[in-house]
Design a binder for this molecule. Structure first.
Ligand code: FE2
Length: 373
């Protein structure tokens, strides 16, 4: 399809439809902390060692920081189609990366799935991954959504957007991320802590596009405009907007989808009262990130692991990510869900997502220096 052609050839631009909710790492309720400090996750991380077996043909062993029911469905489907069993160890991304490093050649893990390109890059930097050469995978995933050496590839896309109060903000007042640092938003902005990798990756992207000095100025400006000290997860920012604590929130797209479809009527009400705005459409594009998968350097079931990546990036699995989890597919031959389509297509930042990892340390330094908690 022509979208795909555009993506691949230009390495960017519109991921068009892709977008949506890529879920974050995680958990159904990513709770603020789900990805950062869920105790339940910790347990899982140390539990199933025995499940991870490496008998040549029949298994693939996966370390993942995603906790969606939809993912479980996909594992089952893969097993049905191929007879290959999927053994899963869940945990926080950084813990899983540490574990991989500690286990070295003895690791049972064939694949690492993480919900941020910055984390996948960390695994690469620690030399825990190897290049993926499958033609099918490289055809399924556009170049800008993969590591430059193909040591990891994106599976789902999410946009980090501006969510605004429908009551108090006219979207014509909104324009760019950079504009969030202007005085007109004094006391109006809600955003989570800078310890969260989503914000680190957003700033890393702005450093790449605008330069380090401008990136720092931006962070200072947003800090000066905050309605309150950073706290809570992305959903909590939308809730605070509707409660009147501020007018704008910076958050990932899929949470709006999750809240709209929540079993909790309060969440539905919040989501119905905010609008989604894709920044920088007349210029550098909206910041996106991925959930992605890396092939471990010491994978013992490499062939099965490749098959699994081919499956996850293929049409069937991509449809499921799109329909059930409010994530944008990476595979351009797959349409986003109706909800995502209702938000419209958008232009994305034209940067290789590897940059988010490369500039992560710089972004963290800036946040610490300026005092964004
Ligand atoms: Fe998330």
């Amino acid at each position: 399809m022509k979208k795909r052609a555009t993506l691949i050839s230009l390495s960017i631009m519109l991921i068009i439809s892709l977008l949506a909710l890529a879920g974050c790492a995680g958990t159904e309720k990513e709770a603020p902390a789900a990805e950062e400090k869920s105790p339940e996750v910790k347990e899982e991380a140390t539990a199933p060692k025995e499940e991870a077996k490496s008998d040549e043909r029949g298994v693939v062993n996966l370390y993942t920081d995603r906790h969606y029911d939809t993912d479980e469905e996909l594992y089952k489907l893969f097993t049905e189609e191929t007879g290959i069993e999927v053994n899963v160890v869940k945990g926080k991304a950084d813990e899983l990366i540490e574990r991989l490093a500690r286990e070295g050649q003895d690791t049972e893990a064939d694949l690492l799935i993480a919900a941020d390109a910055g984390r996948l890059h960390r695994a690469k930097e620690k030399e825990l991954l190897q290049g993926i050469t499958s033609e099918a995978v490289l055809n399924n995933v556009p170049e800008n959504l993969r590591d430059i050496d193909n040591e990891w590839v994106g599976l789902t896309v999410r946009g980090r957007v501006i969510v605004y109060s429908k009551d108090r903000v006219d979207p014509s007042e909104l324009s760019t991320y950079e504009d969030l640092a202007s005085d007109k938003w004094k006391g109006k902005i809600l955003v989570r802590s800078s310890s969260n990798i989503y914000n680190q990756s957003l700033l890393a992207s702005l450093i790449d596009i605008d330069g380090e000095e401008k990136g720092k100025e931006w962070a200072k400006g947003v800090l000066a405009n905050m309605a309150r000290e950073p706290k809570g997860n992305d959903r909590a920012q939308a809730t605070a907007v509707v409660a009147g604590e501020g007018d704008l929130a910076i958050m990932n797209t899929y949470y709006v989808g999750k809240m709209l479809n929540s079993s909790n009527p309060e969440e539905v009400k919040v989501a119905e009262n905010v609008g989604v705005f894709f920044p920088n459409q007349d210029g550098t594009g909206t910041h996106i990130n991925v959930s992605g998968v890396g092939l471990t350097k010491n994978a013992k079931n490499k062939e099965n692991a490749i098959k699994f990546i081919e499956f996850l990036s293929g049409e069937k699995a991509q449809n499921q990510f799109a329909e059930a989890n409010y994530e944008y597919p990476v595979n351009a031959s797959v349409e986003p869900s109706e909800l995502l389509k209702s938000w419209g297509e958008f232009k994305t930042q034209n940067i290789n997502l590897s940059k988010l990892g490369e500039l992560n340390t710089k972004a963290v330094e800036i946040f610490n220096e300026i005092g964004w908690k």
